[in-house]
Design a protein around this ligand. Structure first.
Ligand SMILES: Cc1cc2nc3c(=O)[nH]c(=O)nc-3n(C[C@H](O)[C@H](O)[C@H](O)COP(=O)(O)OP(=O)(O)OC[C@H]3O[C@@H](n4cnc5c(N)ncnc54)[C@H](O)[C@@H]3O)c2cc1C
Length: 385
């Protein structure tokens, strides 16, 4: 392979980098393109569990470790159990995903994978130079899932963090209903923030229990542990073994990440703003947006024209603005959303697949005290973009 200049360089082999590389290999249009994938980690750990909802058949169904057709939503005044039809809630362990995708990519001669740390990406007129800790590489186009440091620090856009710690536990007795994940359980002390527990029951004796916040600042490690222990004790779950832990921080913001794109460099994944600001869900968005990107690359040469903004960003901005300024209202807002609307409509709305009438109905379903805050946030942010 002539290494002089790659058609595409993909920086970061996490969810978005791997899905993009794999989608290129699946498409005849890219069959004569040379691709370089640069990743700094070994990617052999289960560093996250991706859950998402989608129609019955999905692109990565072979990797789904568990799926559910029902789910629960709980708060102080709401206790809902619902069927997810036409969706299923699915979970993929990242270790399975990395293994499968790396195996596929390694079999293909079009693609070269190197284990190195990207230091900088320099955009020249006719090519892009990617500097790593050992070498520099030249590409016609670069896709980067590396989130620029401090990019969100002084942004004028409200910025919340979805931060969490989760424990995969095994109990002695069968204590979980393995047919129903709990998407949100707000019945914990809110401490003036938006705090809930998320539960994925894999078996009657095994579940992931995650303490999650949508708030401005992360907590001390001991705080997450205290809440998890207390929650389990309140449920009468005292005898359990922790099999694995996961923690993370996902940005929840409508910051215009696309302004960092240029003709030859495109940010993808969370770094490209592909995380749904109002929920933090990203995995399914990556699948959808990669499909759009693959089609875009067949038509266009200028990557800065790949713009995914729609009216749904504006809804997200309004919600995040309200949650940023009234963080204690998360419980009330999400309870009203799930209680007053059919769950599949809510999921469709979060998937950005509803029409304007559905969206107006959803807005109208909130109590007036919340609607007024939404209206104020709407006027405040009208000319934000
Ligand atoms: C613990 C956790 C759980 C999550 N759970 C869910 C979920 O259930 N559902 C959902 O929809 N979303 C979830 N998310 C959010 C989102 O789906 C994931 O963060 C997803 O991995 C984002 O994909 P990405 O490609 O943008 O980033 P990543 O998957 O993080 O990929 C970025 C890659 O770039 C590499 N990299 C970084 N810097 C450099 C550098 N300088 N040089 C070379 N390589 C570099 C990293 O090692 C990484 O492999 C979760 C996030 C976390 C952290």
């Amino acid at each position: 392979m002539n290494e002089k200049i790659y058609d595409y360089i993909i920086c970061g082999a996490g969810a978005s980098g791997l899905i993009l590389a794999s989608s290129m290999l699946d498409d005849k249009y890219f069959s004569n393109k040379k691709i370089l994938l640069i990743e700094k980690e070994n990617k052999n750990l289960n560093d996250r569990t991706w859950s998402f909802w989608e129609g019955k058949n999905g692109k990565f169904d072979d990797l789904v470790s568990k799926s559910w057709t029902n789910a629960k939503f709980i708060s102080f005044n709401t206790n809902l159990e619902f069927n997810l039809n036409p969706f299923k809630y699915k979970t993929i362990r990242s270790s399975d995903f990395y293994k499968e995708l790396f195996e596929k990519l390694k079999l293909n001669e079009q693609i070269k994978i190197i284990n190195s740390e990207v230091k900088k990406i320099i955009n020249d007129k006719n090519e892009v130079v990617v500097h790593t800790n050992t070498k520099k590489f030249f590409g016609k186009y670069v896709f980067s899932s590396i989130l620029k440091k401090d990019i969100l620090k002084n942004s004028s856009f409200p910025y919340l963090k979805q931060h969490f710690e989760g424990w995969f536990i095994k109990t002695e007795k069968p204590l979980f209903d393995e047919n129903e994940p709990t998407l949100m359980d707000f019945s914990i002390n809110q401490k003036n923030e938006t705090r809930f527990i998320y539960i994925l029951p894999f078996k009657s004796k095994e579940a992931l229990i995650e303490f999650t916040l949508f708030s401005k600042s992360v907590l001390k490690k001991s705080e997450y542990e205290k809440v998890l222990k207390q929650y389990l004790a309140n449920k009468g779950i005292n005898s359990y073994k922790i099999l694995e832990k996961e923690k993370g921080i996902i940005p929840m913001t409508c910051y215009p990440f696309e302004k960092h794109n240029s003709e030859r460099v495109l940010f993808i994944g969370t770094a490209g703003g592909w995380t749904k600001a109002s929920s933090g869900y990203t995995f399914k968005n990556i699948i959808n947006k990669t499909e759009l990107l693959i089609n875009f690359l067949k038509r266009e040469k200028d990557l800065s024209k790949f713009n995914l903004r729609s009216r749904f960003n504006f809804y997200d901005l309004i919600l995040i603005d309200v949650l940023y300024n009234y963080n204690h209202l998360g419980d009330k807002i999400f309870s009203s959303l799930f209680r007053n609307n059919k769950p599949y409509k809510v999921l469709n709305f979060l998937d950005e697949k509803t029409n304007l009438i559905d969206e107006l109905k959803i807005m109208y379903s909130f109590p007036w005290s919340i609607k007024i805050l939404f209206i104020k946030a709407l006027f405040k942010n009208l000319f934000k973009y």
